[in-house]
Design a protein around this ligand. Structure first.
Ligand SMILES: [Zn+2]
Length: 154
């Protein structure tokens, strides 16, 4: 089934100006987007991204992450990705159950090591390249690191 291109009129959430967007999904999905998505005109978009980038960057600094390097556009995309990826880590962390304190400690150590690996990634491009990393991928790497800790101790 060929996808059609539709033009939609949306309103900037900040300055309330109306502008047109082209959407490429099914009409139903597009309508959903038009309704639910926060739209911004070019001018407000840039201001919004700058603000959002700064806010997320500050949040990430609090958990040991540095400012990202790249163009304004890639950095603003990358910090958003980083935010989502950190949410996945937190989700995984919260979902784990442990047999005993030792297992819990090992896991905590592995998570710290895991985050250190990410903290070393300061290029916006790395985050964009890894944006599809899911909870399962993260879990796999944390397990590897946990395994390493066990081997290091025996
Ligand atoms: Zn606007």
């Amino acid at each position: 089934m060929a996808k059609e291109i539709y033009n939609y009129s949306v309103r900037c959430r900040t300055c309330r100006c109306k502008f047109e967007v082209q959407l490429f999904d099914t009409h139903e999905k597009n309508l959903f987007l038009v309704d639910k998505k926060h739209w911004f005109c070019e001018k407000c978009k840039n201001e919004y991204f700058e603000k959002q980038t700064k806010q997320l960057t500050d949040e990430h600094k609090n958990v040991g992450f540095q400012e990202l390097a790249g163009t304004q556009k890639t950095v603003s995309w990358a910090v958003k990705i980083r935010s989502e990826m950190l949410n996945k880590v937190n989700y995984l962390r919260d979902s784990l159950a442990f047999a005993d304190d030792e297992a819990r400690e090992k896991s905590e150590k592995a998570f710290t090591l895991f985050l250190e690996e990410w903290q070393a990634k300061t290029e916006a491009k790395w985050w964009i390249d890894h944006r599809n990393m899911n909870v399962r991928d993260i879990s796999k790497r944390v397990e590897e690191l946990t395994q390493n800790i066990q081997e290091g101790e025996s």
